[in-house]
Write a protein of this length. Structure first.
Length: 647
């Protein structure tokens, strides 16, 4: 075009002249009719309307078209350009805009043909917000795996869709993994120009909202899976302005990656281990330590920001527990080293919070009942606090269970007895009616609180189950009483599951499926031993196994980890059949190290020859439709004595 200051729209020639201050001045050539002053004819709007569009006069610095205005959508004219027309391609960033290196990482991988660049952020762009409505689900993926840019771009500025994704996240993910405060969460989403945290939030929400087929098409999980292993915490200390956002993004990616199996078992274990060790380096375990606050820089932060960091620490603590529970390995976090208070109740006002006394998890189990009572009376997040108190005993029980398979010392039996006493004391210190598996409707109990209470109840029962099983290994003379007690505990756990609200699955941590899968295994063992001569009991156990299977199946529709656990349970029922003796059950229990422990996975293999060819680290990498039965390729089931010999 001869005059670079002019642009042609239809038959109109428009000259845009930058104005001073916040406005801009528009001059037209050959514009004689006053009504035509406000008419534009761009070739297309971002909404793909073919009809001519009207430029809505108002803010001359950010014009908008009539089609977007009528549909109550934010126009690309007003968000990305100060003149009408289709959006431009990528532009060189201004020198006065400082962006973190994470954007450089994303850009370097944008040409990878294996992955659609759904979540690669660019300035002013929220990429995962496109996966809510039917229009944006039409993002096309070509043969090379790249998304059509225009279809992708048309979804980037849906502020309403971003709001829906954020609301979904805060009401589901943040309930079961409480990383964010409600009053600071929205601020965390305003950093799209400098950090990838908003893209992680929107991507996780879009992945959980969409169906499995849509999620595979949009490649969200593939992209997030790469970020789990490539996005690093680059800040050197908590003083760095980006440090909090980097930690929040890292925790979210590790949590989501753990339950979606993004990587081999060793890789995910290392992600969590690295995060825990780095948390110690940053001093996240010493946020409220009087002697160490200044050395890490905690004395320089206000109380609201400190509360954000406390939540980060406790989420790291949860992730460390996941890794330890599932693989039967020692935890990275030492209870004796923690001087970070439990998170406060998000519903309390700032004035109440300032007057509250901080509550810490005790370093000694003897002090746990007193702390539990303080949690019930204080201003901490009661659901989370009680969950962490019970979690402390669960970690101790799993440690004893692991040591009982590695040592036959008499001290194991003594520790089992002591831990059972601590558990009894803890149960008596819980709030009234806390262990009832029904909702306190009269008391105004809300669904999230009820689900949290049910989850804690399952953990209390599982502690007793673990200790009883460990005691059987130490002394077979306790077999009859302990085995009968385990059936009673299984029935209590089933009663909790009976009251579970299946409509609120996404508000409960999917790691609960570790406990539920173990319950399925125990019910199956009882159906082959306790119910040998009791037809009524056998029918009841069969029905209850089916209910537990459906529970896992509901979670498997959203998460790959529960799907894998469900496949393991199905495999176990094929593998273990026929009448079982006490000795058979003890031999089987020797393999019950952890749900993702290699000894347990090896036990599920049909033959020693298969073990030589299986890569158990990659066992969870198969597609969404793969199952452990397909991998193992069964050829029938065997009896328990033969299995024990093969192991």
């Amino acid at each position: 075009m001869a005059d670079q200051g002019k642009r042609m729209y239809g038959q109109k020639t428009v000259r845009w002249v930058p104005g001073k201050g916040s406005g801009a001045r528009l001059s037209r050539e050959n514009a004689n009719a006053s009504k035509e002053e406000n008419q534009m004819y761009p070739p297309k709007c971002w909404q793909y309307h073919e009809a001519p569009l009207t430029w809505m006069v108002g803010d001359m610095n950010r014009p908008r078209c009539s089609a977007c205005d009528r549909s109550n959508q934010t126009c690309t004219f007003s968000r990305t350009r100060k003149r009408p027309g289709p959006p431009r391609g990528p532009q060189r960033q201004s020198n006065n805009v400082v962006e973190p290196d994470c954007f450089n990482e994303s850009s370097s991988t944008s040409n990878d043909s294996r992955t659609a660049p759904i979540l690669h952020p660019s300035p002013g762009v929220f990429t995962p917000s496109s996966f809510l409505d039917s229009a944006t689900q039409a993002t096309r993926i070509d043969a090379q795996g790249t998304a059509d840019f225009l279809d992708l771009h048309c979804s980037l500025f849906h502020s309403k869709r971003r709001s829906e994704l954020a609301q979904f996240f805060i009401s589901t993910v943040n309930v079961c993994f409480p990383l964010f405060q409600h009053d600071t969460f929205s601020k965390s989403l305003e950093i799209e120009h400098i950090h990838h945290l908003p893209s992680v939030v929107y991507g996780i929400s879009a992945g959980l909202i969409g169906s499995l087929s849509m999620r595979a098409e949009a490649n969200i999980d593939n992209e997030l899976g790469q970020w789990v292993h490539t996005k690093q915490i680059k800040a050197d200390s908590i003083i760095d302005p980006k440090a909090l956002y980097e930690w929040q993004a890292a925790c979210l990616l590790a949590w989501y990656g753990f339950h979606q199996r993004f990587g081999t078992e060793d890789e995910m274990h290392m992600v969590v281990t690295t995060l825990a060790r780095k948390a110690y380096y940053f001093g996240l375990h010493q946020i409220d330590s009087p002697g160490n606050r200044s050395c890490y820089g905690w004395d320089l932060l206000d109380e609201s920001r400190l509360e954000d960091w406390r939540r980060v620490w406790w989420c790291v603590y949860i992730l460390d527990s996941y890794s330890s529970f599932s693989t039967a390995t020692p935890t990275q976090v030492e209870a004796e080293s923690i001087q970070t208070a439990l998170p406060l109740d998000p519903t309390d006002t700032d004035s109440k919070r300032s007057q509250s006394t901080k509550i810490f998890l005790p370093s000694k189990l003897e002090d746990l009942p007193a702390v539990t009572q303080n949690i019930g009376k204080g201003l901490v997040d009661k659901g989370f606090g009680l969950h962490m108190a019970v979690n402390t005993l669960l970690k101790a029980a799993i440690k004893i269970h692991r040591l009982s398979k590695q040592s036959s010392g008499a001290y194991i039996s003594e520790r089992i007895s002591a831990l059972e006493d601590h558990l009894s004391a803890l149960q008596l210190s819980l709030p009234p009616y806390y262990m009832r598996p029904i909702s306190d409707i009269i008391g105004g109990e809300q669904l999230p609180g009820f689900n949290s209470r049910l989850q804690t109840q399952l953990k209390v029962h599982s502690i007793r189950l673990i200790l009883g099983f460990s005691d059987i290994r130490m002394d077979m003379s306790h077999w009859h009483s302990r085995w009968q007690e385990s059936l009673e505990i299984c029935y209590r756990m089933f009663e909790v599951i009976q009251h579970w609200d299946s409509q609120s699955i996404l508000t409960v941590d999917p790691a609960i499926c570790f406990i539920v899968a173990s319950l399925f295994v125990m019910l199956h063992l009882h159906s082959l031993s306790s119910a040998n001569s009791n037809g009524v009991l056998l029918a009841q156990l069969t029905r209850r196994k089916e209910v537990v299977r459906l529970f896992l199946q509901n979670y498997a529709s959203y998460w790959k980890l529960p799907r894998f656990l469900l496949d393991c349970c199905t495999t176990f029922t094929h593998k273990v059949s026929g009448s079982l003796s006490a000795e058979d059950i003890v031999r089987i229990s020797d393999h019950l190290q952890g749900p993702l422990h290699q000894k347990w996975l090896s036990f599920l293999s049909p033959s020693p020859e298969t073990l030589d060819t299986l890569d158990f680290d990659n066992l969870m990498h198969f597609g969404l439709d793969a199952s452990i039965q397909d991998i193992f390729s069964f050829h029938g089931s065997e009896s328990i004595p033969n299995l024990a010999d093969n192991s």
